[in-house]
Every structure is written in structure tokens, then in C-alpha cells.
Design a protein around this ligand. Structure first.
Ligand code: PMP
Length: 305
């Protein structure tokens, strides 16, 4: 596993990893003018396969639309660029980072004179919250930082600048010895982690905050909806009070990087029995069964390389 590969796709061509650079006066460097995705490529029994490629690239284009960033490629071209990058780097499994940013033009706040660049990088990356987290679970805290109010930064856009908020949440959590921080929204309801959505299990049913609770509607969150329903587990999007975390039977977080990670403690309060819960385990088994190619791809998630 290494945070490096040979080539990065940049504006239509594959360039050497070390040469994929941009000017220090690029708009993105000063104002965070970028949209990006995190996508996983899994090594399945039937070859390498990209997880929900179209949904990720569609969300990337939607993020650009919200910020009036015209993309000089089509969705299909960026999807092909992802596959080309994986093949060029001979990666069997990878974390893929397609991103679109404003380069060097003018340095005023108005971005419209700055060119829009598109790039795709991919590298081998392991388990985001540590190799044991998927089974043992993690201990998290509620952050003192809130997610943005709806009329400030649009949280449905996955854009670079939003991650300054995520960094505050993550750094505070790590500083205090937690694996992750969960932020509340402007009204004090549970929103999400710095890079994950959150679910609670109460009485056999799944609850997760609605997208109006200042969160990024995750693609893994949606995959969990599909898996849960296929297993006969009900899912409801519902505003959640902080104390609903403390009293839940089970909690887990979802994300492309975090996949489905159990949470066993919140603010040092033990959740349920303090170990990964049975519903979390069932959801993981089906999710990983599909991504490892051991179960049929019944939701059409995978694009085989
Ligand atoms: N929320 C935030 C803030 C994130 O960064 C992510 C990771 N992209 C998620 C939720 C989960 O989204 P997804 O399942 O699409 O990776």
C-alpha cells in the first residue's frame, strides 16, 4: 500500500505523478475552488470493479453546477478517465480521486476568468479508520464545531472549501483521543462526521439524518438504504437529537473511505453492548459480499475494469 502511483490523468492526458502540478496562484490554492470525489475500486473475484462510478461522477458534476464551474468534459469522458487511470497504474484495488478545480487566471474572488481543470488520481489505500475498525468499531465524540447553516455553504456540494469545516471537526476529535467527530447542524441536530454519514439503530430500525441536516448525501449512505431494504430492515430519514446517539442500540458511520464502520462509544458513553451490533454486521456482510464479488451485484453498483 502506498500513497503514490505512476500516472495522473490531467486535462485529457496521463502525466507522471510528480509532474501533475498547478501554479501557486491558482484560484483553488487561495479560495478552495474545487469539487472532488472519492471513489473505490474493489478487487473482486471477477476482476477489479469501480463502485458506483456513474453516481460519483454525476455528483461531481452537480457540485460544479452549484458553483457555476463549467466542466470542459462530459460525464462519460470523466468516467472513462477514471478507468484509464486505473489501467495505466495497473491498480487492482484503489482509492480514486477525480477532481475539478479553478487554475491560474486572476486572483480576485470572482473565479470566472480562471480555467477549469479536470484531473483523476488513484492509488492503493487501505482501511480509512484503521484495519480493525470495521470489526471492533471506533470511539467518537460530538464536535464543538457545527456544520454550516443551509444558506452559507451548500453541503450537498462536495467541494474543497467545505473540508476546512471537516478539518476542524477531525483535528479536535484526534486531539482529544477520538477516531472521529460528529458535528451537529445549526439547529443542534445530529448532522454527520467529518467525512462520513451516520446511522443509528433503534428497535431494529435504521434512522439517519435527512439531507436538510447540513450533510453530504453520501453514496454509501444510499447503498446502505438499498441493502437494508433488501434485508427487510426499515430505514427512516429523521432529525436526530444528540442524546439519540447515546441511547441507540447500534451506531455506524458510512462513507467511501470508511465503508460501514461501527461506532461503539460516543463521548465515552458505551453504545448498546459496546461491540459491533447484529444489524451493523448483517449490513456489512451484504455490502462487502457484493464489493468482494462473492454475492451477485444486485443493485448494479460495479463497473468491472
Ligand atoms: N459526508 C462527508 C462530509 C464526506 O466527506 C463523505 C465522504 N465523501 C461522506 C459524507 C460520505 O459520502 P460517500 O458515501 O459518498 O463517500
Amino acid at each position: 500500500m502506498a500513497f503514490k502511483a505512476d500516472k495522473i490523468w490531467m486535462d485529457g492526458t496521463l502525466v507522471d505523478w510528480d509532474k501533475a502540478s498547478t501554479h501557486v496562484l491558482s484560484h483553488v490554492v487561495h479560495y478552495g475552488t474545487s469539487a472532488f470525489e472519492g471513489v473505490r475500486c474493489y478487487k473482486t473475484q471477477n476482476g477489479s470493479a469501480v463502485m458506483r462510478l456513474h453516481d460519483h461522477i454525476k455528483r461531481l458534476f452537480d457540485s460544479c453546477k452549484i458553483y457555476r464551474m463549467p466542466v470542459p468534459y462530459t460525464i462519460e469522458q470523466v468516467e472513462s478517465a477514471v478507468l484509464e487511470t486505473l489501467r495505466a497504474n495497473k491498480l487492482e484495488q484503489a482509492y480514486i480521486r477525480p477532481f475539478i478545480f479553478r487554475g491560474f487566471g486572476e486572483l480576485g474572488v470572482n473565479p470566472s476568468k480562471c480555467p477549469v481543470h479536470v484531473a483523476v488520481a488513484a492509488w492503493d489505500w487501505g482501511k480509512y479508520l484503521g484495519p480493525e475498525a470495521l470489526e471492533k468499531g471506533v470511539s467518537v465524540c460530538v464536535s464543538s464545531w457545527r456544520r454550516a447553516a443551509p444558506d452559507t455553504f451548500p453541503t450537498m456540494a462536495k467541494v474543497g472549501a467545505n473540508y476546512m469545516n471537516s478539518q476542524l471537526i477531525k483535528l479536535e476529535a484526534l486531539e482529544n483521543g477520538y477516531a472521529e467527530g460528529i458535528a451537529l447542524d445549526i439547529n443542534g441536530y445530529v448532522s454527520e462526521g467529518s467525512g462520513e454519514n451516520i446511522f443509528v439503530v433503534i428497535g431494529g430500525k435504521l434512522y439517519t439524518p435527512p439531507s436538510s441536516s447540513a450533510l453530504l448525501p453520501g453514496i454509501t449512505r444510499h447503498s446502505v438504504f438499498q441493502v437494508a431494504r433488501s434485508l427487510g430492515i426499515e430505514v427512516e430519514q429523521h432529525q436526530l437529537q444528540r442524546e439519540a446517539l447515546y441511547t441507540a442500540d447500534e451506531i455506524f458511520m458510512t462513507g467511501t473511505a470508511a465503508e460501514i464502520t461501527p461506532v461503539t462509544m460516543v463521548d465515552k458513553i458505551t453504545i448498546g453492548t459496546g461491540v459491533r451490533g447484529p444489524i451493523t454486521k448483517r449490513l456489512q456482510e451484504k455490502f462487502f459480499g457484493i464489493t468482494e464479488g462473492k454475492l451477485p451485484d444486485e443493485f448494479g453498483w460495479l463497473t468491472v475494469l
